[in-house]
Design a protein around this ligand. Structure first.
Ligand code: SF4
Length: 132
């Protein structure tokens, strides 16, 4: 094993110890859950701003069922606020479904969008489902 490999091994072991300790502290109520979770729902965007790393895709983005399962976990952990960002979150076909689901699970919801895909009809739909 060379020195680089040894250093990498040390980092991996340390990362695992830190992660285990946080899990342990959380399990014993010593670490509060995050108040807010911001989810990058997609890397896709209909704009191409020069300063931004969005565009393309993440390869495998979370499915509707996967994010709903994670939202269930956030809710049980005591997370209060769930914000959906991107890329452009309105490009996800399941956007309203996810927003509504998070609200039903007791999370305050919001989203960050460039609003270019926002029609009056969709705006009304979102406003009915947003809890902020
Ligand atoms: S995600 Fe926002 S900043 Fe990035 S390209 Fe789209 S509109 Fe521009």
């Amino acid at each position: 094993m060379n020195s680089y490999e040894l250093l990498l091994l040390v980092f991996k072991v340390e990362a695992k110890i830190v992660s285990s300790n946080i899990d342990l502290l959380y399990a014993h109520g010593k670490v509060n859950p995050p108040n807010t979770v911001v989810w990058d729902s997609t890397k896709k965007c209909n704009l191409d701003c020069i300063h931004c790393g969005s565009g393309g895709n993440y390869g495998e983005e979370l499915s509707t069922e996967e994010i709903k399962n994670i939202i269930d976990q956030f809710s049980s952990f005591g997370v209060k606020h769930f914000q959906i960002t991107g890329g452009e979150p309105l490009l996800r076909a399941d956007f309203i479904d996810i927003l509504e689901y998070a609200g039903k699970r007791g999370l305050k919801t919001s989203f960050a969008s460039n609003v270019t895909a926002l029609t009056k009809t969709r705006q009304n739909q979102y406003q009915k489902r947003m809890s902020l």
